[in-house]
Design a binder for this molecule. Structure first.
Ligand code: PNW
Length: 455
């Protein structure tokens, strides 16, 4: 049936360590670049930090009970390197590994597949002090950490995801000022792009060196689906998408990327042999999808390209137009067809790799309602509509031949939404931050029924 998902299709929800764990000074964890950044006055919207977040370092059993109740097939969560390797000398902190091992074992006991992200942006500050992703040594440090985790958690992990959204870890973090470390270097973000690609390749090799070729490896990219002027879309496709996809899946950077960055980046940080290291076979490609861009070509000249702070260095002659509504509480437009179009395009261009939607979801202005019987509800009809329409779009792509194997809602819980702190709620579970009480929203109940029926 057209709107039924196969029995082996994987439904899940996703979270990330710095967004939920809190307990930043416990059991030997070292500071990350996000601790430093969020504690810098003015860096996050209301000065929010991940110091406490949803306190999941202590409440992970409660979170696991939510997952069981929801009936998910898989849980996508990230491991915090600052808990595993808290010092630059490489000494392993067993307490950190113990924490994730407990979670993994509890998930397996509940029949839930652990889908692990090894790097979801909480880079140890000691690596940040050496330049972070501008320094190629960071890629090798991530590979060493990967070996340590793979050795301990081994075959209990269903899927090893190297990086979450290297677009954010480079352009948004080094190109612009929105994410840690917030340097705003414009084209100075390209070395970070390359070192993240290198880290991905080295991390895949580290997993396979520990666990053999059968280990399932992946990377999660937030690929942009651009609409509007064809030249502008092509430009952004090179910068936002193909700067990662082509080295990882084709073993080269597009020549056109070099051409459009003429004068602002000489790419001399790409060393001989790097592309072979980056180009490792992966088993599944994770895609995070929320909304689309609408682009136009401006009448500014193509060259010289601007060297100002930007998330799209090499596109200073492109304009972003306001998108048609409705928009989410993030101001992002709602475009379910965009998910279909993106999946079809990625599959057309990279047909060899199965796909998985590793994040999709919506920030809403959720209101907690106390019912007459004292129970609590959150009526998030807009989120249900969003999820339902995106699932229909994903299913449509599948019936057109896209090998989509899973779908994860962002997020299991309301959590620390980076620059926006606690002001934006993406969860299907409401978190009352004053008490840390978890209240399943209507979307949670809806998703539970959906997973049970797969239709
Ligand atoms: C993703 N942008 O982040 C992340 O993987 C999650 O940690 C995050 O909570 C979620 O999406 C919701 O934002 C993004 O500016 C952050 O385009 C910013 C952007 C895209 C993705």
């Amino acid at each position: 049936m057209e709107n039924t998902f196969p029995q082996d299709f994987v439904f899940g929800t996703a979270t990330a360590s710095y967004q939920i764990e809190g307990a930043v000074n416990e059991d030997g964890r070292c500071p990350s670049i996000w601790d430093t950044f969020s504690h810098t006055p003015g860096a996050t919207l209301a000065g929010d930090t991940g110091d406490v977040a949803t306190d999941s370092y202590h409440r992970w059993r409660e979170d696991l009970a939510l997952l069981k109740d929801l009936g998910v097939d898989a849980y996508r969560f990230s491991i915090a390197m600052p808990r595993i390797m808290p010092t630059p000398n490489g000494v392993v902190n067993d307490k950190g590994l113990d924490f994730y091992e407990r979670i993994v074992d509890a998930l397996l006991e509940s029949g839930i597949k652990p889908v692990v992200t090894l790097y979801h942006w909480d880079l140890p500050q000691y690596l940040g002090d050496e330049g972070g992703w501008l320094n190629r040594k960071t890629a090798y440090a991530l590979a060493d950490y990967t070996s340590v985790v793979a050795k301990r958690l081994g075959d209990r992990i269903d899927t090893w995801t190297t990086l979450n959204e290297p677009w954010c870890s480079s352009y948004l973090s080094y190109g612009a000022k929105e994410h840690a470390p917030g340097l705003g270097l414009g084209p100075g973000a390209f070395p970070a792009v390359h070192h993240l690609n290198l880290a991905h390749g080295l991390m895949v090799q580290a997993v396979r060196a520990e666990l053999g070729e059968s280990a399932k490896c992946s990377v999660t990219l937030n690929l942009a689906l651009n609409r509007g002027d064809a030249d502008a879309c092509h430009r952004l496709d090179l910068i936002s998408n193909r700067a990662f996809l082509d080295p990882m899946l084709r073993g080269r950077y597009p020549d056109e990327l070099f051409a459009i960055t003429k004068g602002i980046c000489d790419w001399s940080f790409v060393q001989p042999g790097d592309l072979e290291q980056i180009h490792q076979p992966i088993d599944v490609l994770g895609i995070n999808y929320y909304s689309t861009n609408l682009l136009a070509m401006s009448d500014r000249p193509q060259f010289p390209q601007s060297t100002e702070a930007s998330t799209a260095p090499g596109a200073s002659d492109v304009d972003w137009l306001p998108t048609e509504g409705p928009h989410t509480d993030m101001g992002w437009n709602i475009d379910p067809d965009g998910l279909h179009d993106l999946l079809v395009r990625v599959h057309d261009n990279y047909p060899e790799v199965p796909l998985m939607v590793t994040e999709n979801g919506m920030a809403c202005k959720d209101q907690l309602v106390v019912n007459d019987d004292g129970s609590k509800s959150v009526h998030d009809a807009d989120r249900i509509d969003y999820l339902q329409r995106h699932l229909v779009a994903a299913r449509r792509a599948m019936s057109e031949g896209v090998p989509l194997t899973g779908y994860f809602v962002w997020s299991l819980l309301d959590n620390f939404e980076w620059y926006f702190g606690y002001a934006k709620r993406f969860g299907i579970t409401y978190v009352d931050y004053a008490t840390q009480e978890r209240i399943p929203k209507d979307s949670f109940l809806w998703y539970r029924n959906f997973i049970a029926s797969r239709a």
